[in-house]
Design a protein around this ligand. Structure first.
Ligand code: TYD
Length: 204
């Protein structure tokens, strides 16, 4: 049996990632593909517990500590959910993955970039997403959108400068991995973005 495809979605808060993930899920299911949809932090009982701890707490933390917790959850997620699904020929659609750690803990919070790389190698071995869809948006636009949608979580309360650095880190990753990471301009209409997604997915 051939290995399934590992797709991750990334984006600035307010970029519409959740809407696009649902659309993609339906699009792929309509093609009859066996799908596993999951998220990070989360995806396992341990991961969801860590997610709650990470997203709901108001206390400041060391970015290194945050990254270690993200990668602890990720290790469990890979071993018990992602790798088995891929091995069984299923496609895995994951809402955020390691690019988010580079973007938020390193870009946003200042953790050393190379340290993230060490943890990435340690936790993932050779496993990398086959395709990453990064929904790119100016931080100002993203914040305006999320504010109206719902109360911000801990990460979303961070300042605009933080989001500028997050975005710069995502774009750096996209520059380093142009084959894997597709930068999608999320400022456009839903119809335009869906047309682009459809076009990208034709190849897979
Ligand atoms: P998200 O999944 O978009 O949740 P929501 O739709 O409820 O906003 O984002 C969860 C938050 O977790 C987001 O602000 C980014 C953060 N995050 C990190 O800081 N590092 C990571 O490695 C991951 C996976 C997420």
């Amino acid at each position: 049996m051939s290995r399934g495809l590992f797709i991750t979605l990334e984006g600035m808060d307010g970029a519409g990632k959740t809407t696009h993930l649902e659309w993609l899920q339906h699009h792929l299911a309509a093609r009859g593909l066996p799908l596993v949809v999951t998220r990070e932090p989360g995806g396992t009982a341990l991961g969801e517990a860590l997610r709650q701890l990470l997203l709901d707490s108001h206390e400041p933390r060391q970015p290194d500590t945050e990254a270690l917790l993200m990668f602890a959850a990720r290790r469990e997620h890979i071993a018990t959910v992602i790798a088995p699904a891929l091995a069984a020929g299923k496609w895995v659609l994951c809402d955020r993955f390691t690019d988010a750690t580079y973007a938020y803990q390193s870009g946003g919070s200042g953790m050393d970039w190379e340290r993230v790389a060490v943890l990435e190698n340690w936790v993932q071995g050779g496993l990398q997403p086959d395709l990453t869809l990064y929904f790119d948006l100016e931080p100002e636009v993203g914040r305006a959108r999320t504010r109206q949608a719902r109360a911000p979580d801990r990460f979303e309360r961070e300042q605009i400068d933080f989001y500028r650095r997050v975005r710069a880190a995502y774009l750096r990753r996209a520059h380093e991995y142009p084959e894997r990471i597709r930068v999608i301009d999320a400022a456009r209409t839903l119809a335009e973005i869906q047309a682009e997604l459809e076009n990208i997915m034709i190849k897979y």
